[in-house]
Write a protein that binds this ligand. Structure first.
Ligand code: SDX
Length: 431
């Protein structure tokens, strides 16, 4: 509990530092190491931040051993079952579930910000048609800062609120446009009498030549995907947003940096990588060979959609998505979908294999999300874009918490292992 301390003694000098141990609401306590450099002249080294807490936060809590994920204290399985993505956006940003009146007002503001500047749409023309939609997202979201000079003062809470609404509201419009551009179809404008998620799916799939119609089961599944991906404490992309934002860069630039970090296959790019991996495996008979490769330390191949830095138990989001997969495939009459059957077989074999059991590698959020999106008709290269649509509320909420907390610029140090001091040698003297 607070008041506890950790004493460290430097064996080289016998000097000691007494470090405070700080306990939060839940989860492992932390050691405040500020005194280490001041009193002992020591830094800590923790590449990958496996044992490092980067901040205090009140937004999301994960217990990796118990497979628990809470948004502002509410468990993810209850929110996925009973809430909506827009309500979860309100909860994450404001800390409480909205009253009916608060929800109606919040939803109205989001709905009225869904359009983007025509010049922003024109900027898409600078990309090749076969550009990966994530490449477009990184560029176009960053470019939003070229359009909103009226809300770039990050120290002004009203500016931060307006920027948050603009990002939450416009990210689906930009995401859908990045897809339309890549398939050579006209952009579809938002339709304000639709819900957030139905509006997004309509902008993705509507073509001028026919009416848009989608089963409520599929719309609900997409809404659940957005809820499940909304925030996840200090993951790589959120930490990127916090670090970029700590330099006092504007929120659009910080979110663009987060999109770039999310793109990696070790992070948000895993859902796309899962589908590519399932295509490569092709048939259940080949699963053994791929599991063998995943276990070989000399082979860089990893079983995509498995493992997690924090979850050493089943990712609670994967549990919800596995059920949603069943529901969507049944709704579409595709419960015999070969990819889903292959995924179920791969999950069974992997989770019974001693390597995976010993290393506590379970399916994570990305393992099933791609299969659902594929069934809905979303192309593989859009999966991470959809992850970015969902995570924007998490990023902007974490960014706002950091700015409100007045945190200093993030500037880690290093252990230098390079050359010692040496004088310049003229080229004529070099052999
Ligand atoms: C997301 O951080 C977040 O919260 C992210 C995220 C979010 O919502 O923001 O949850 C979203 O990014 C989910 C993860 C999606 N990525 C993948 O599915 C890619 C495949 N997974 C791996 O690349 C890996 O599991 C990571 C990147 C997710 C985690 O990497 P770590 O932290 O290095 O994994 P670890 O320390 O728990 O690994 C323990 C051991 C290691 O072997 P040893 O060094 O002990 O010999 O297990 C091995 C790893 O090499 N291992 C795997 C593996 N994942 C870890 N071996 C085979 N296949 C895998 N998938």
């Amino acid at each position: 509990m607070n008041g506890d301390t950790l004493t460290v003694i430097d064996s080289r000098t016998g000097k000691e530092a007494i470090l405070p141990i700080i306990t939060g609401t839940d989860g492992p306590p932390v050691v405040d190491i500020a005194k280490l450099s001041k009193e002992l002249g020591l830094f800590t080294l923790d590449p990958g931040f496996r044992s490092t807490a980067s901040c205090r936060s009140r937004i999301t809590f994960i217990d990796g051993d118990k497979g628990v994920l809470l948004y502002r204290g509410y468990p993810i399985d209850q929110l996925a079952e009973k809430s909506s993505f827009v309500e979860v956006c309100y909860l994450l940003k404001n800390g409480e579930l909205p009253t009916k009146e608060q929800y109606t007002k919040y939803e109205k503001i989001v709905t009225e910000h869904t359009m983007v500047h025509e010049q922003l749409l024109n900027s898409f023309k600078g990309y090749r048609r076969d550009a990966h939609p994530m490449a477009i997202m990184v560029g176009v979201v960053g470019a939003l800062s070229a359009f909103y000079h009226d809300s770039l003062d990050i120290h002004n809470p009203r500016h931060r609120e307006v920027s948050s609404f603009r990002l939450i509201a416009k990210i689906p419009t930009i995401a859908a446009a990045s897809y339309k551009y890549s398939v050579g179809q006209p952009f579809v404008y938002p339709k304000n009498d639709l819900s957030y998620t139905e509006n997004f799916l309509r902008m993705l799939f509507k073509v001028p030549s026919q009416r848009f119609k989608m089963s409520p089961v599929l719309i609900r599944a997409m809404d659940q995907i957005l809820i499940l991906h909304a925030d996840h404490e200090q993951n790589a992309s959120t930490s990127t947003v916090r670090l970029a934002g700590s330099s006092q860069a504007n929120p659009f630039a910080a979110i663009s940096a987060g999109i770039g970090a999310l793109w990696g296959p070790a992070h948000g790019g895993a859902n796309e990588a899962v589908l590519n991996m399932l295509d490569e495996i092709g048939d259940v008979s080949n699963v053994g060979e791929f599991v063998k490769r995943a276990k070989d330390p000399k082979d860089p191949f990893r079983l995509m959609g498995f493992g997690h830095r924090v979850y050493k138990n089943y990712d609670p989001r994967a549990k919800v998505l596995k059920q949603a997969c069943h529901d969507v495939l049944s709704e579409l009459g595709q419960h015999d979908d070969p990819k889903f059957k292959l995924a179920l077989a791969l999950e069974k074999i992997a989770t019974e294999d001693e390597y995976f059991v010993e290393k506590k590698l379970y399916p994570n959020v990305d393992f099933y999300s791609g299969i659902i999106q594929s069934a809905i008709g979303i192309p593989t290269n859009m999966f991470t874009v959809i992850f970015a649509v969902a995570r924007t509320i998490g990023w902007i909420t974490q960014w706002d918490e950091m700015i409100e907390g007045g945190e200093a610029i993030g500037r880690p140090r290093q252990l230098y292992t390079g050359e010692g001091f040496r004088d310049y040698v003229h080229i004529s003297q070099r052999e």
